[in-house]
Design a protein around this ligand. Structure first.
Ligand code: PEP
Ligand code: MG
Length: 309
């Protein structure tokens, strides 16, 4: 018992019956990396670009990426390519103002008009990857179609990087996860944007928090169908939105078949302890309880009651 309790306080994520679920970090730079992390599941690269009037050079980007990769030794890091757009404007891109920035030219869509920004970023990531031991995966934000995922994967491979993925943040991508997984090596579900777009509720609007809830049945169903697609294609399906750091929801995600959970460092201990206290079969049962619930509040209550949480 004591050994189990200690195992729950440190070490890799796993269920009570030993099913491994890597608990990795969401980071915005090297300062967010903690020593005992299993890796990085979401490296947000915006910090290099925001507030600048000219694009960072390949050499400058390479230095920043190599610093983070170096801090990880041989561990895995999932780099997300630039997620900017009209809501996080980049003066050097000269993007027009938009009525609905969340539905506009953001994320991977910026590469339509500015393919060089993506190509240079991938080149810098590849150079940094070659100079360090880290296991570098690359993914694109705001993918909506299989064709976009396929083009992105081609650009990643052209840059000499071996592992290409797509974030699932748009319902269209979630509904087609099985097709996306035919053209990319993995997907990572961004539940913050996926909730926003599924419920059509602005994630910046606090009055809509009940709709933005990742426990909403529609969001849970989309996540479950992505996990099913991962199982049938034998490819990883991670979650990197805030939902992954909610200990009860983490159990549900694992029960659905999600293969890794990425969260900010302070969330890891509680998620690790919760996982260590439940078997995979228990997680599967909790996932069914959540999916069968009529609404978000009932889903959370059902899972909390079943875990005495
Ligand atoms: C998400 O949308 O869930 C996500 C992880 O990306 P961001 O929060 O950076 O939009
Ligand atoms: Mg997002």
């Amino acid at each position: 018992r004591e050994r189990e309790r200690l195992a729950a306080l440190t070490g890799p994520g796993r269920t009570a019956d030993g099913h491994a679920v890597p608990l990795v970090l969401n980071v915005g730079g090297v300062a967010d990396v903690v020593a005992d992390a299993e890796g990085v599941g979401l490296f947000r690269t915006e910090f290099l670009f925001l507030g600048r009037t000219s694009a960072p050079s390949v050499a400058e980007q390479e230095r920043a990426y190599a610093e983070l990769f170096g801090a990880l030794g041989g561990r895995k890091v999932v780099v997300r390519t630039l997620d900017a757009g009209a809501d996080k404007p980049l003066p050097f891109l000269g993007l027009a103002a938009e009525e609905n920035p969340a539905l506009g030219v953001r994320g991977l869509r910026v590469a339509r008009a500015h393919p060089e920004v993506l190509a240079e970023q991938l080149e810098a990531i590849a150079r940094a990857a070659n100079a360090t031991a880290a296991d570098v995966w690359v993914m694109a934000p705001m993918v909506a179609t299989t064709a976009e995922a396929e083009e992105f994967a081609a650009a990643v491979r052209t840059a000499g990087l071996p592992v290409a993925g797509a974030m699932i943040e748009v319902p269209a991508a979630a509904l087609r996860a099985n097709k996306l997984l035919e053209v990319v090596d993995f997907v990572s579900i961004g539940t913050n944007d996926l909730s926003q777009y599924t419920l059509a509720a602005d994630r910046m609007n606090g009055d809509l928090a009940d709709l933005l809830d990742p426990w909403q049945p529609a969001v849970l169903e989309l996540v479950a169908s992505c996990a099913d697609a991962g199982r049938s294609t034998h490819k990883p399906v991670g979650v990197c939105g805030e939902a992954a750091g909610d200990p009860l929801l983490a159990l549900v995600l694992v029960g659905m078949g999600v293969t890794s959970l990425s969260m900010s460092a302070p969330s890891v201990p509680a998620v690790r302890a919760m996982l260590a206290a439940h078997t995979l079969a228990e997680c599967e049962h909790l996932a069914r309880l959540a999916l069968d619930a009529p609404d978000a509040v009932a889903a959370r209550q059902a899972v909390a009651a079943a875990t005495n949480g």
